[in-house]
Design a protein around this ligand. Structure first.
Ligand code: FAD
Length: 352
């Protein structure tokens, strides 16, 4: 069965909901298709101890401040999931789930959206599928030889799963530091980073990151020199558990090893460490395979955009994937503005 609407939003995590909020205000007809069985996007799957790196009020979507969480200045992931679930209800957003979009195709004046249930036709598509679903693993020699367990950030849940095991955590970003801090106490841990870890100052949290990303965008738009944005401040937000483990001297990083062996890892100088598990906290790529039929892929898997609009397909907008789709757009507080701008452009398009 085929249905027609003005706009199909692919993905019902925070980015899709923020777009839904603005599309509704603009009186645009739309549907949000989300592959998960329940609300909350990627937040449903993060590790148990994860807390936001900003207080609730600075982690809000447009229209409604995130309520504070009793006893936690920095809310946990479960709190974010319930906020997103309530946000959907509060604005009566038309989310259909679980519906997986398989492909977006050009179909004359319209775009055709093929899903695992039915086909949709729309004047415009907004893609907000996030990155969690495409974990990135670097091509390190020996990955196929290692005899222990290998997992990515997306599969890590809690330190109890690694009792008695020698663990290597790879990655100098927030996930790597937080998972290393989680495992630092009762485990034989080696934390490995490509360059020495760069902790942000203890008084800097997600609020400052948002300001830095916004300031950088403004400077570039006004033709000033690149301020370096978030990257100029450091890589790791010193959230309380990271700070505590670091201050106890438990977060000392070793340089990146050069290969995995059957029993562990080996550095270029011949030093070896035995390991039972390697946790790759090595990032993500945008989940864009449903857009493959449009043949828009550019460098590093990104699609060329002006703001959020795809340069070579003006009926397609991309939202929430990172700074290339709006400053800090891959954060709760940062996605609101590009969601508003995308929705305005889409409203103009569907009314033309
Ligand atoms: P997602 O939450 O991934 O939602 C995308 C939705 O699209 C999912 O439900 C998915 O199932 C669906 N989807 C995917 N493909 C399809 C398809 N083909 N068809 C239909 N549906 C599809 N941000 C902050 O603001 N503060 C923080 O403290 C913070 N901490 C973070 C910690 C970690 C470990 C990570 C990874 C990210 C963190 N972020 C944080 C960044 C960001 O807020 C989250 O990654 C957030 O989940 C991104 O939301 P999203 O809506 O873009 O994507």
């Amino acid at each position: 069965m085929t249905r027609t609407t003005q706009v199909v939003v692919v993905g019902g995590g925070q980015a899709g909901l923020a777009a839904g909020y603005h599309l509704r205000r603009l009186g645009v007809e739309f549907v949000i298709l989300d592959a998960q069985a329940a609300p909350g996007g990627a937040w449903q799957y993060t590790w148990d101890s994860l807390h936001l790196f900003s207080p609730a009020a600075f982690s809000s979507l447009p229209g409604w401040l995130m309520p504070t969480q009793a006893g936690a200045e920095y809310p946990d992931a479960a709190h974010v999931v319930s906020y997103l679930r309530d946000y959907e209800k509060r604005y009566d957003l038309p989310v259909e789930r679980p519906v997986r979009v398989l492909g977006v195709h050009r179909d004359g004046e319209l775009l055709r959206v093929e899903t695992d249930s039915r086909t949709w036709r729309a004047r415009a598509v907004l893609s907000s599928t996030g990155t969690w679903w495409r974990p990135f693993l670097p091509a390190v020699p020996g990955r196929g030889v290692f005899g222990g367990v290998q997992l990515h950030t997306v599969e890590y849940r809690r330190p109890q799963d690694f009792v008695g095991r020698r663990v290597i955590v790879v990655g100098g970003g927030n996930s790597g530091a937080q998972i290393a801090a989680d495992l630092a106490y009762d485990h034989e841990l080696t934390w490995v980073t490509q360059r020495p870890p760069r902790f942000l100052a203890d008084n800097i949290d997600g609020r400052a990151l948002f300001d830095a990303a916004t300031g950088r965008r403004r400077a570039l738009d006004e033709g000033h020199t690149d301020t370096g944005g978030v990257a100029s401040l450091g890589d790791i937000v010193a959230v309380p558990p990271v700070r505590e483990a670091r201050d106890r001297g438990l977060l000392k990083a070793a340089p990146m090893f050069s290969r995995l062996t059957r029993g562990g890892v080996e550095w270029a100088d011949g030093t070896c460490a035995e390991a039972d598990a390697v946790i790759w906290c090595t990032g993500f790529r945008p989940a864009l395979s449903h857009l493959a039929p449009l043949q828009l892929r550019g460098r590093r898997g990104h699609i060329a955009t002006t703001g959020t609009r795809a340069v070579d397909e003006p009926r397609l907008h991309l939202l929430g994937y990172g700074d290339w789709t709006g400053p800090a757009s891959a954060t709760l507080i940062g996605v609101g503005r590009p969601a508003r701008d995308a929705s305005r452009e889409i409203a103009q398009l569907v009314r033309a």
